[in-house]
Design a protein around this ligand. Structure first.
Ligand SMILES: NC(=O)c1ccc[n+]([C@@H]2O[C@H](COP(=O)([O-])OP(=O)(O)OC[C@H]3O[C@@H](n4cnc5c(N)ncnc54)[C@H](O)[C@@H]3O)[C@@H](O)[C@H]2O)c1
Length: 442
């Protein structure tokens, strides 16, 4: 299979050709990142949305977001065709790749989806085309790992025959304030002409505008660093929280007091799950180790955050046992299992680790979550949601503060508990509000 011959034209007319419908843009990988991007472009130009998951494509074809992030009206009036057929991409001249970049169980980058998507794009790549990567990768990945695949499978030669660019994604699922269009987007290209093209392409959909990074590597590094910084800041708060617990003081009280200084950064402790913050730093540490430097701080932060679920589980067990209760007969309710509030995403949820840890002590654990999908949870982690919150709990762990839990109060928690229960508040959501229950906050 080979793409239509678009000829080795310059990029100066490509933007106009996209906007006038003469040319088409394709988005490869239609998940939390790819679908919103595809629909945003589809409000301005003709778009082909390609994904390997037939079930998801069927749902999108019916005008719905499989992840329930976007309202149905996001699809209305958009010029987009969804497909799982690679041949359908051959008419596209611009390819935006937004496939997953997970890590293996040994915390090293799994470039499988990125390599396979690059191989697919290469099959339909033609002279004069542009491939833009949006997936989060380590610095150097686009040019060192993806370009060779594009070259080999297309028979074309970079950079004479086609161009590559990189524009990392800052989308934040569940966040209605910081959206795709009102957040500045970093763009980069393999040369000045490509950078100009990619900048104008994204300026057509991003109201906040774009930031032109000086190279693809810089843009790749910038994305990783945004998440690594957040990971480390949370790790520091988690470590402080473990120290303050021994000192019998509350972490948020300390942060509030320290936060009155002009240069104190207010971060809060918590479980760091999901596919970004807990994963992206490993892309950087992998590259760094490959280059002969083993990062100390970044890996320490990862260790602290990865072990926090164990810490909370152990603390819960200790508190229940300290009341003279038999752990084997104790019953615990976990509120929220997704990796963060108000989303259905369960990937790399650290609440799952905590539940598995609790169960290893033979506790009965009921899991409640109004957003998580039962079949995904079963498939991914062999866990079952409790259809309804039960009663006689010896411990309640507030793990994720979904909006459905906002109206819960101490009277309610007491009504579903046994005598002398413990309330473990990972989110510190009820700090200062619990008068009778044995309350613990991270
Ligand atoms: N979700 C976020 O909040 C977020 C934010 C910023 C950056 N990112 C990054 O964006 C990238 C995509 O993440 P996501 O959350 O959208 O992932 P996702 O799992 O939600 O979606 C990825 C989609 O790609 C499809 N896919 C997998 N392999 C494919 C292939 N070879 N060809 C075509 N489609 C393929 C999957 O079926 C899936 O629909 C990752 O690198 C991630 O780190 C994610």
């Amino acid at each position: 299979m080979s793409g239509a011959n678009h000829g080795s034209v310059g990029l100066n007319t490509l933007m106009d050709d996209l906007l006038t419908g003469k040319e088409t843009l394709a988005v490869v990988g239609l998940g939390y990142v790819g679908l919103p991007i595809a629909l945003a472009f589809a409000g301005k130009m003709n778009v082909i949305g390609y994904d390997i998951n037939q079930k998801k494509v069927d749902i999108m074809q019916s005008g719905k977001d499989p992840n329930n992030e976007l309202e149905d009206d996001a699809f209305v009036g958009k010029s987009i065709r969804f497909t799982t057929t690679i041949e359908d991409l051959s008419e596209a001249r611009v390819f935006v790749v937004a496939v997953p970049t997970p890590v293996t169980r040994f915390n090293v980058p799994n470039l499988g989806p990125l390599e396979s998507a690059s191989g697919d794009v290469a099959k339909v790549l033609s002279k004069g085309d542009v491939v833009i990567y949006e997936s989060t990768v380590y610095p150097g990945c686009t040019e060192e790992d993806c370009v060779p695949i594009l070259d080999a499978a297309s028979g074309l030669q970079f950079p004479n025959d086609y161009k590559v660019a990189y524009s990392p994604e800052r989308i934040n699922p569940g966040d209605k304030v910081h959206t795709l269009t009102n957040t500045i987007k970093i763009v980069s290209g393999c040369d000045e002409e490509t950078l100009d093209f990619v900048a104008s392409l994204y300026e057509s959909i991003i109201e906040a505008g774009v930031f032109r990074a000086s190279s693809i590597k810089v843009a790749e590094a910038a994305k990783i660093v945004e998440n690594t910084q957040r990971d480390l800041n949370i790790a520091l708060m988690n470590e402080l929280s473990m120290i303050f617990d021994r000192l019998d003081i509350n972490t948020l009280d300390v942060i509030e007091a320290a936060g009155t200084k002009w240069n104190f950064q207010k971060f809060t402790p918590g479980l760091v799950g999901g596919h970004c913050i807990g994963v992206d730093p490993y892309y950087l540490t992998h590259k760094s180790i490959e280059l002969g430097y083993r990062p100390e701080i970044i890996l320490s932060g990862r260790k602290v955050n990865d072990n926090l679920s164990k810490y909370v589980a152990k603390k819960t067990i200790q508190k229940i046992a300290s009341k003279g209760k038999n752990i084997n007969e104790a019953k615990v309710l976990v509120l929220g299992v997704t990796f963060k509030e108000n989303v259905s995403d369960i990937r790399n949820s650290k609440v799952v680790d905590m539940i598995k840890d609790l169960r290893s002590y033979s506790l009965q654990v009921d899991i409640h979550d109004p957003h998580a999908n039962q079949s995904e949870l079963e498939e991914e982690y062999q866990l079952t949601l409790t259809p309804e919150i039960g009663s006689h709990y010896d411990g309640i762990i507030l793990a994720v503060m979904h909006k459905e839990y906002l109206h819960f109060d101490e009277a309610y928690f007491k009504s579903i508990s046994s005598s002398d229960p413990v309330f473990m508040d990972i989110k510190s959501a009820y700090l200062g509000q619990m008068k009778d229950m044995d309350y613990w906050a991270l």
